[in-house]
Design a protein around this ligand. Sequence first.
Ligand code: B16
Ligand code: MG
Length: 219
Amino acid sequence: MKAPILACIFDLDGVIVDTAKYHFLAWQRLAREMDISFTEADNEQLKGVSRVESLRIILEMGQIQLEEAQFEAKMAQKNEWFLEYIYQMSPDEVLPGVQAFLDELKAHHIRIALGSASKNALTILNQIKMRDYFEVIVDGNLITAAKPNPQVFLKAAEGLGIAPENCVVFEDAEKGVEAAHRGQMRAIGVGAPEILGEAELVIPGFAHFSLSDLNPLTH
Ligand code: B16
Ligand code: MG
């Protein structure tokens, strides 16, 4: 018998809500200003990756080097543009089935936490009116090591007071699945099996997904 599931830890972007499209638009605008071509396919590399690392990847694509102050200014500019989109978001943008699944977890007294690389996680959760679902929120402001380092998920488990073996992580990024495993947690991939094949289970999304679908993980 495998360890029972006492808590679920959710990534934010790509799992609860699709903010990747807004990250893309803001990064693309920044890249364009520097004459760097940046496509939606390039944007895949930035999923789950921190803001600093994202800018490093884009600058490398354009073979551009920046002084620290300019680097900081570019990150601030990108975030300003990103937030313009975020402040337009409404609760309709919560991905299908997410709310029903969270309600089901609550009804079964399964604890709920957020583990996101984003420094804007609280702003986004408030905007989509989902803040109150999460008992513990660990975001990019609280961590020093990015995924695939398990720090974000371990802190979430610690905040809940639940052992990692009793936690399941929901992630859309390969590095996030790796982080869960490195933290001794089971992982559910949300997205494409080709990318998330290391997860214990891969689902296309939460529509028609329910707690009983996690049974194979515990038996
Ligand atoms: P911010 P997640 C991640 O969120 C995004 O997937 C990634 O594209 C972004 O660069 C990162 O947050 C940092 O976001 O600039 O808002 O701090 O998937 O870990 O919820
Ligand atoms: Mg994500």
